[in-house]
Design a protein around this ligand. Structure first.
Ligand code: SME
Length: 160
């Protein structure tokens, strides 16, 4: 088991993701507990990419319910189609929000959050959970984040 992550000294986020993803894959391999694995995944993302907030929301009882996260306290429940998370769930796709103030219905859990990316993970073709990543900088997410985090969601799906 990995005791410590090797964090890339590079300032390029592409390189940071390139170093991080195989380590996360190895870290969760062989550990059957989902909560333990998702907890380490959000910790790894926060540590390596220095995001403001990183966390999972599980589809549970017709709502999204807060799961393992790193960062300030957050909204516990989100309805289908509400906010960025509920929209990613409804539309079954990744959503990048460059400026949260311009996203109609954005749910503000913390006023410091300025931009956001939300990605769904699927089980039996249904959304089982979403990953929400928030930045305190406007326009902080692009196709590099989308590509790397979608790869991460395929790792997560193997745990479901
Ligand atoms: N902003 C999200 C809510 C979750 S928090 O950002 C942690 C949304 O609009 O769905």
């Amino acid at each position: 088991m990995a005791e410590e992550l090797i964090i890339s000294a590079s300032t390029s986020k592409k390189e940071r993701y390139r170093i991080l993803l195989p380590q996360l894959r190895t870290l969760v391999e062989g550990e059957p507990d989902l909560i333990a694995n998702l907890s380490n995944i959000v910790a790894g993302l926060k540590q390596s990419l220095n995001f403001f907030w990183v966390g999972f929301y599980f589809v549970k009882g017709g709502q999204l319910v807060l799961g393992p996260f790193q960062g300030p306290i957050a909204c516990t429940r989100i309805s289908f189609g509400q906010g960025v998370c509920g929209t990613a769930w409804k539309e079954k796709k990744t959503i990048i929000v460059p400026d949260v103030d311009k996203f109609p219905g954005h749910i503000s859990c913390n006023s410091a959050s300025k931009s956001e990316i939300v990605l769904p993970a699927f089980k039996d073709k249904q959304v089982a959970l979403v990953l929400d990543v928030d930045s305190d900088t406007i326009n902080d997410f692009d196709e590099i984040d989308q590509e790397a985090l979608e790869e991460l969601m395929r790792i997560v799906e193997n745990l479901l």
